[in-house]
Design a protein around this ligand. Structure first.
Ligand code: FEO
Length: 401
C-alpha cells in the first residue's frame, strides 16, 4: 500500500500485512492486517500519528517520504505503544530530529522499555490537552484499557477525524484504505467481530466508557490503527453500533454453571452428571449444561465459560497431570473478567490424581475462587462417590444463591 490522501492534508502512510494469520500469539487473523499510520499537516506543523511494526519499516518510510521529508515531522503521536505501533520508532527517530513524541503517562513509561532509550523527547499528553498545527488542532482524549492502560484517542475537531488506534479497528487487509472500497463486506464484518472479541471483549466496561467519550463528537472519519479507515455513512456507524451492542451485559436472569470435562474411560463424565444433579437440586432453573471438551468448538466453550456465573471443570489424570484439552480450555479464560469466579474441580484418577491439585493451582493463579471440596474419585465411582459428587454440586451451587 502506498500513501494515500484521506482528506485535506491528512494522509494514510501505513503498511499492509496480508499474510499474517496469527496476531499476538493467540488471535487468528484470517484476513491479514494493516499497520495504519497517518500524517496530519497544519499550516505550521506536521504530525505523524502511530508508527508501525518494525518488520515493515522499509515500506513505511517510503510511504512517509511520499508525503513529506521525515525531518519535517514536528510531532509523533502514539495513541498506544504496543510494538505493532511503536516497534519502528527507534529506527524512525534518527530521521526525525525535530520530532517531539506525545503519549499518555503510561505510554511514556512503556516507550522507554520498548525503545531501550532513556532520553526520548517525550511529552505526556494530558487529558484534554492539545497541539496546534496551524489551522488544525489535535486534542488528546484518554481511553484507558482500550485496550492497554496507555490507550488514548486523538481528535481533530475541525476535520471531524478521530484517530482511535486499536479501538474500532479490525485485522482485515484489502489493498485500499477506505471502507468504501472494501470488496468483501461480510468478511470485513466477521473480522470486526473476531477482533472485538479477542481485543476488547475483556474490557467491555471500558468500551462503554470509551464510547461515552465519543458522544457529542461529530465524527466523519475514524482513522483506526488496523483495517479500513471508517467513514460516516459507510462502516463507521455499523462498527460503533456493534461495539455498543457487544459491550452490553447479557442478563437473562438465570444463573449459568456450565460443566466442562474430558474423560478417558467415562468415569469423569459420570461425576459430571452427578455434580449437575446436585447443582440443580439447589438451583432448579440454573443453566447447567455439560460439555465434553473434545466434542465442542473451543470458541463455544470459551464463550460459555467467560459468560458463566460459575463453572466446574473435570479431568482424568494421565501421566501425572490433567489432560491437554482441559489445559487448552483454561488457556482461553478471560483472566480479567473472571477474577473471583467460583469454580469446582473434579476428576477420576487411577494412581495418584495430580490433575486436581494441578488444576487448582492454575485456577488459583487466574485469581478464581476454587471451591475447597474438589470431587476426586479413584477409578470407577461407587455409590458413595456419586452421593459425594451430588452433595458437593449442591453445596457449590448453594454459595451462588
Ligand atoms: Fe494494535 Fe494493541 O496493538
Amino acid at each position: 500500500m502506498a500513501s494515500c490522501k484521506l482528506t485535506d492534508n491528512i494522509y494514510s502512510v501505513g503498511t499492509l500485512n496480508p499474510n499474517m494469520r496469527i496476531f499476538d500469539v493467540i488471535m487468528t487473523t484470517e484476513f491479514g492486517t494493516s499497520y495504519n499510520s497517518y500524517i496530519v499537516k497544519g499550516s505550521e506543523k506536521t504530525a505523524l500519528i502511530e508508527v508501525c511494526h518494525l518488520d515493515f519499516f522499509d515500506r513505511y518510510i517510503e510511504n512517509i517520504r511520499e508525503v513529506c521529508d521525515p525531518a519535517e515531522i514536528d510531532y509523533i503521536i502514539l495513541n498506544h505503544c504496543e510494538p505493532d505501533h511503536s516497534g519502528a520508532l527507534a529506527r524512525l527517530l534518527p530521521l526525525c530530529p525535530n520530532a517531539q513524541i506525545y503519549v499518555s503517562q503510561a505510554g511514556s513509561i512503556y516507550l522507554k522499555n520498548i525503545t531501550n532509550c532513556s532520553s526520548l523527547p517525550v511529552t505526556v499528553a494530558k487529558d484534554g490537552s492539545s497541539i496546534d498545527l496551524g489551522g488544525r488542532v489535535l486534542k488528546f482524549i484518554p481511553a484507558p484499557f482500550l485496550h492497554w492502560p496507555d490507550s488514548m484517542f486523538t481528535w481533530s475537531e475541525s476535520d471531524g477525524v478521530l484517530f482511535s488506534c486499536d479501538f474500532l479497528g479490525s485485522h482485515y487487509c484489502e489493498p485500499y484504505t477506505l471502507d468504501t472500497r472494501v470488496t468483501y463486506p461480510s468478511c470485513y464484518k466477521s473480522a470486526v467481530k473476531v477482533y472485538y472479541d479477542a481485543i476488547f471483549g475483556p474490557f467491555k466496561p471500558y468500551v462503554v466508557a470509551g464510547l461515552r467519550k465519543l458522544d457529542g463528537l461529530d465524527i466523519k472519519m475514524a482513522c483506526t490503527s488496523h483495517g479500513p479507515v471508517l467513514t460516516s455513512g459507510c462502516m463507521l456507524e455499523y462498527v460503533l453500533d456493534r461495539y455498543a451492542e457487544w459491550s452490553c451485559p447479557v442478563e437473562n436472569g438465570k444463573i449459568s454453571i456450565p460443566i466442562f470435562f474430558c474423560s478417558a474411560y467415562g468415569n469423569t463424565g459420570l461425576i459430571a452428571q452427578e455434580i449437575r444433579n446436585g447443582i440443580l437440586e439447589t438451583i432448579p432453573d440454573a443453566e447447567c449444561e455439560i460439555y465434553d471438551i473434545n466434542e465442542h468448538p473451543m470458541s463455544e466453550l470459551q464463550y460459555k465459560l467467560n459468560t458463566s456465573s460459575a463453572f466446574a471443570v473435570g479431568s482424568p489424570t494421565i501421566n501425572g497431570d490433567a489432560v491437554a484439552p482441559v489445559w487448552n480450555l483454561l488457556s482461553h479464560v478471560d483472566a480479567i473478567n473472571n477474577k473471583k469466579k467460583p469454580v469446582l474441580v473434579f476428576g477420576s484418577y487411577g494412581w495418584s490424581g495430580e490433575a486436581i491439585p494441578n488444576l487448582t493451582v492454575r485456577l488459583t493463579g487466574l485469581k478464581m475462587t476454587v471451591y475447597s471440596d474438589a470431587v476426586k474419585v479413584q477409578f470407577v465411582p461407587s455409590e458413595a462417590d456419586f452421593e459425594n459428587a451430588r452433595a458437593t454440586g449442591k453445596s457449590f451451587a448453594g454459595q451462588l444463591r
